[in-house]
Design a protein around this ligand. Structure first.
Ligand code: GLY
Ligand code: MN
Length: 480
């Protein structure tokens, strides 16, 4: 940060400053100048350390360039709510679009200043901010995100920065679905075009689009304590939502009403949004793996698969419970449920440091295969994939299907364990099994000791679920 910028930052702080009240004043400044209300966001030091770790992987005389997510258009002049690219967020903490991060292995001269990182951000602009909200601007970016150098994105094109002078240039493949805003010469579309032009003089063999994946997958797989605080929060909110739904569920409720209960609890606890479209599939829809239209009215004999996750400050939970709509599992539903539970328990036991990433899947699949053969639903082990057609685990973090190395399990990585059995109508087995879909999913922290099931606050056995369903809920329309 140059002296002049430091003075501007200090003056800004002083504008609301009374000595001894810095914390309060920083909070007021964040709200008044930059529109940042949350007080438990990841600290700037977290993102700074991530940039340092990434820089440590970079070879000498190299540069890495990262772009923010495109704004996604919904229709006509309405866009979807903006969601930052998780890698960009991980490295910067910035939640605004139309931005570029340039990381340098060793400092270079930019605008007369030696720096090893530059963040190009949307400029402060009252006429724009009245529509889409406050921007942090370059001063906020240096002050709050602690990037060495922040500049307006409008200056990117003119900046004297020669990519061809580096031995290697790293970047992710550029997004291809970027909408051009004809009134903004520095929107992401133009920034990408400008980058392409600047890069055109670089020899192709010096451009590397695969290493950034390798580096970020490696870093993001292992969660820091700060990240785990947010993940535990997202999971605790999701637990509360699942418990409330289990209490409130009753025949004639629609799937979308059950979704509303879940998402009410998410939002009222401060989660920004669901980490993925909430899956509330009942009856025949319990057999649709990523069902999310949620339009059906549930009947008493239905099972409801509730696969949901709150996203809290970027980090998402992902927890599934399967619930009998009338409060009692039928004999067949209970048999299938108990197999899935046994498979999940076998999978969770394998969540140990050093085990293969695939061990939980092997263990869970083996249980499902053996038990379905005993029931005569399948004839041989190969048939298991007809009724358990997805993997058992994925990493969890900034993405619901988070990135990772798929190498042996490491301490402080979080994975899901989510076996399921789905028997749609018409399946080649006794009709009594039709339309039974069961999935049970928990979020598991790998430790140096036993696995820690972060979502074990939600009841899981059939007895526990039936017992909880007898409890009243504020959302329940009948008196229990
Ligand atoms: N929760 C959805 C999934 O894991 O695919
Ligand atoms: Mn999942």
């Amino acid at each position: 940060m140059s002296f002049i910028k430091l003075w501007i930052a200090i003056l800004l702080l002083c504008a609301t400053n009374i000595i001894g009240q810095e914390v309060e004043n920083t909070k007021a400044l964040k709200i008044n100048q930059f529109g940042i209300y949350d007080t438990d966001l990841l600290p700037a030091s977290f993102h700074k350390k991530n940039r340092e770790k990434l820089r440590s992987f970079m070879p000498n005389n190299s540069v890495a360039v990262f772009f923010s997510s495109p704004v996604k258009n919904r229709s006509n002049d309405v866009d979807f709510q903006y969601h930052q690219d998780p890698n960009f967020y991980y490295l910067t903490g910035l939640r605004e679009p139309h931005s570029i991060l340039i990381l340098l292995k060793t400092p270079v001269d930019i605008n007369g200043e030696q720096t090893n990182e530059v963040l190009f951000v949307q400029p402060k602009d009252e006429s724009k901010e009245i529509w889409t909200g406050k921007r942090i601007g370059k001063i906020g970016a240096e002050l709050l995100l602690e990037v060495e150098t922040a500049l307006d994105n409008t200056t990117f094109n003119a900046i004297d920065f020669n990519f061809e002078e580096f031995d290697q240039v790293f970047h992710f493949p550029l997004a291809t679905d970027i909408k051009d805003n004809p009134f903004d010469k520095s929107d992401l579309n133009n920034l990408c075009l400008q980058f392409g032009a600047k890069l055109s003089k670089t020899e192709p063999d010096k451009i590397n689009q695969s290493k950034p994946f390798e580096w970020l997958n490696r870093l993001r797989e292992i969660k820091t304590e700060e990240e785990l605080v947010l993940m535990r929060k997202a999971i605790a909110i999701t637990c509360e939502a699942q418990i409330e739904l289990i209490k409130a569920l009753e025949p004639n409720m629609t799937e979308f009403q059950s979704e509303a209960i879940i998402e009410y609890i998410f939002k009222s606890n401060g989660a920004e949004y669901p980490g993925f479209p909430s899956i509330l599939g009942s009856g025949e829809n319990s057999c649709v793996l990523h069902y999310n239209t949620n339009r059906k009215t549930m009947t008493g004999d239905n099972l409801l698969v509730s696969d949901v996750g709150a996203e809290y400050h970027g980090y998402t939970a992902d927890v599934t419970r399967t619930i009998p709509v009338n409060g009692t599992f039928s004999q067949e539903q209970k048999i299938i449920y108990d197999i899935v539970l046994k498979a999940q328990e076998a999978g969770i036991k394998k969540c140990k440091e050093g085990n293969s990433f695939w061990d939980p899947n092997i263990a869970a699949t083996s249980v499902v295969s053996q038990e379905l053969q005993k029931l005569g639903i399948i004839k041989s082990p190969i048939g298991v994939r007809k009724y358990f057609m997805h993997g058992t685990s994925h990493y969890l973090g900034l993405d619901v299907h988070d990135v990772g190395t798929y190498l042996p399990l490491k301490v402080n990585s979080v994975i899901t364990v989510e076996p399921g059995i789905y028997i749609p109508e018409g399946s080649p087995c006794d009709k009594k099994w039709w339309n039974i879909g069961v999935r049970i999913e928990d979020d598991v922290l790998i430790t140096s000791d036993k696995p820690e099931v972060l979502s074990d606050c939600i009841p899981k056995t059939t007895n526990e679920i039936e017992k909880l369903m007898k409890e009243p809920s504020v959302f329940n329309r009948k008196n229990k």
